[in-house]
Design a protein around this ligand. Structure first.
Ligand code: AHG
Ligand code: MN
Ligand code: MN
Length: 334
């Protein structure tokens, strides 16, 4: 039985058998993400010292190049998963193409591919605001022992076997699902362990927070404009509160705990919105649905969209079920 204060390591072992493919491979993969997360967390926490230890592009006192944190996080997650040899392929928001890891070698039986947004909300780093990492895991569809192909990565979101995020916030948390609910673990930095602090996380069915970059209002579709006006009307429990951090991970995390809706719609300047289907929307949609929430592009369930390219963007509306359904109603009727 999972219980509060259990470490993430204990939780993974205990829940391994509940996962339908019980080879232990997925557990090892989540363990490696946990490890990389701790290393990246350490680096993110030092970001404010940039004037002291040197900025990106500088050479530090040990003669090492200082990397931008998104590049650092990208390298760290890829290195950890490559060196431990537990996935057959990785695709990253920071890489042009997917990476194959010994997938053509018949001795390598690894079945999983990982898609990752190594540092989400990166524009917030310089101002000491929470950032995150998002990951999404699929079983390859091509046979083991053959090279991974683009088709292994372009799977619909409902094929995900696991997804999650790390939030580097006032405390650092790892939140993930393997398809039987969402659990959140908080890092105790003194000990370096994640502890189960938020078991079985659930989006409240209704909420009072809407999160959208309203600076783009003029460019939004009419349905979104109408829904925003609805949020602002005085009636019943409205007007709602507006909260927008500008880090999807942080906005999602707050809305899951308090109840709310996040929107990154398409606009007249951005025909498919901004967020990436594979690295951002699908993993967040999986988490949302596993926590009784909902994720849509305004008309279609996010996890039913057939991806056609790695860096594809989609409009994204995600959060408390009733709020997302209300926004969809405004989209249909506009
Ligand atoms: P990333 O830092 O990985 O590029 O993602 C930033 C994303 C998302 O986290 C955030 O919600 C959104 O971009 C903010 O965009 P705007 O500044 O256009 O509102
Ligand atoms: Mn991002
Ligand atoms: Mn990013």
């Amino acid at each position: 039985m999972s219980q509060k204060n259990q470490t993430l390591g204990e939780f993974i072992i205990e829940n391994q058998s509940a996962f339908k493919y019980t080879s232990g491979e997925l557990s090892r993969l989540i363990n490696s993400i946990r490890l990389a997360a701790k290393v990246v967390n350490h680096e993110v926490n030092k970001a404010g010292l940039v004037d002291i230890i040197g900025a990106a592009g500088d050479t530090n006192i040990q003669g090492e190049d200082q990397q931008k944190l998104d590049v650092y996080a990208n390298n760290k997650f890829i290195q950890t998963m490559t060196k431990r040899n537990i996935v057959c392929g990785i695709a990253s928001e920071e890489e042009d193409d997917f990476i194959s890891i010994n997938s053509q070698d018949e001795n390598h039986q690894n079945k999983y591919v990982v898609l990752i947004d190594p540092l989400d909300g990166s524009s917030n780093i310089d101002v000491n605001v929470s950032v995150g990492t998002i990951f999404s895991i699929y079983r390859r569809i091509t046979p083991v022992g053959t090279p991974v192909t683009i088709d292994d990565f372009l799977q619909k979101g409902h094929q995900q076997v696991a997804a999650g995020y790390i939030i580097y916030g006032t405390s650092t948390m790892l939140v993930y699902t393997t398809g039987s609910g969402v659990n959140g673990f908080t890092l105790n930095p003194a000990i370096g362990s994640f502890y189960l602090s938020h078991p079985d996380m659930q989006f409240p069915v209704d909420g009072k927070i809407y999160s959208v970059n309203e600076g783009n209002y003029i460019h939004f579709p009419q349905g979104i404009k109408n829904y925003i006006k609805y949020c602002q009307q005085e009636e019943g429990d409205r007007p709602y509160t507006s909260r927008y951090i500008g880090s999807l991970v942080s906005d999602f995390h707050r809305n899951m705990i308090k109840g709310g809706i996040y929107m990154y719609p398409k606009s007249s300047t951005n025909s498919n919105g901004k967020l990436r289907l594979l690295y951002e929307c699908n993993p967040m949609a999986f988490l949302a649905e596993q926590a009784s929430g909902k994720a849509s592009d305004g008309f279609t369930r996010i996890m039913d969209i057939q991806p056609t390219e790695l860096h594809q963007r989609v409009p994204f509306i995600c959060g408390s079920k009733n709020m997302v359904e209300k926004a969809e109603e405004f989209m249909r009727n506009a």
